[in-house]
Every structure is written in C-alpha cells, then in structure tokens.
Design a protein around this ligand. Structure first.
Ligand code: ZN
Length: 153
C-alpha cells in the first residue's frame, strides 16, 4: 500500500490548523484597527481636555490681572477721559467751541505738470511739492524756468 497524500484525519487537522491561522490573522487585524482607533481617540480627547484646562486656567489668571492692570495704569481714565464714562461727551480743551468757523487761508498747490511745463532745472528740485501760501507760491514760481502768468520771464 503506497501513500500519496495525508490520511483523512491528517487532512482534517491541516484544514483546522489553517482555519485557526486565518482566524488569528483576522483577530490580529481587528486588534490593530481597534488599537489605532483608540489611540487616535485618546490623543483627541487628551488635547480637548488640555485645551479646556488651559482656557479655564487662563481665564482664572487673566481676568484678575486685566482688571488690576486697567485700574493701576488708569486705563479707564485714558479710555473715557478725566471725568469717566459719564463725562466722555463733554467738551475738551481745544475743542471747536461752535459759532462761525475762522476763515481758512487760501493755499496754492505746487506740483506736477501744471507747474513743470518746461525742462526741469535744479530750481525745480529745490522746493518740495505741496501747499504754499500765495506769496510763497509766487516766490517759488519766480525761481522756475519758463513764463508763468504774472511772472516777468
Ligand atoms: Zn520743473
């Protein structure tokens, strides 16, 4: 009698052993997935707890400090003025008292192409563009090349 393969009971043992190995592999994979999920949930819960603790600690620390700081440096006085909040809208020194507004002095704006209708010279670069009184503007224009209305050039 020659043997070509495992006997029936040996084949059954091999089949059951393979079932056991596959079951162990499934259990190991499920354990790994559960461990990773728990690990991630734990990190998340830990950070949430830490942030909540930090916020609570910060409020307990910062609110009294902010109150004391505002009192010690006179923050409310700087914010509302010397009379406090109740007198915030009162007139202050230097405020416009009402009535007729004083006349503004007319100014002449010297800059750009209307002034520089010529080949610019050092005289052009000697003054800063901006608002000038009429007398100052006439002096500046008198130094520039080219003829302007009212100038002798
Ligand atoms: Zn010029």
């Amino acid at each position: 009698m020659s043997r070509t393969g495992p006997t029936r009971w040996q084949a059954e043992i091999l089949r059951r052993a393979e079932d056991i190995v596959r079951a162990q592999a499934r259990l190991l994979a499920a354990w790994r997935a559960g461990y990773l999920t728990g690990h991630q949930d734990g990190w998340k819960a830990g950070y949430e707890r830490a942030h909540a603790d930090r916020d609570q600690d910060w409020s307990a620390f910062a609110k009294p400090v902010a109150r004391e700081l505002a009192r010690s440096v006179g923050l409310m006085e700087r914010r509302w003025g010397p009379g406090g909040r109740e007198h915030f809208a009162d007139p202050r020194p230097g405020d416009y008292p009402g009535g007729e507004y004083p006349p503004r002095q007319a100014l002449v704006w010297l800059a750009g192409p209307p002034v520089h209708r010529h080949v610019c010279s050092d005289a052009c670069y000697a003054y800063a563009p901006g608002a000038y009184s009429p007398a100052q503007a006439a002096e500046v224009l008198a130094t520039l090349p080219g003829g302007y209305e009212g100038s002798q050039k």
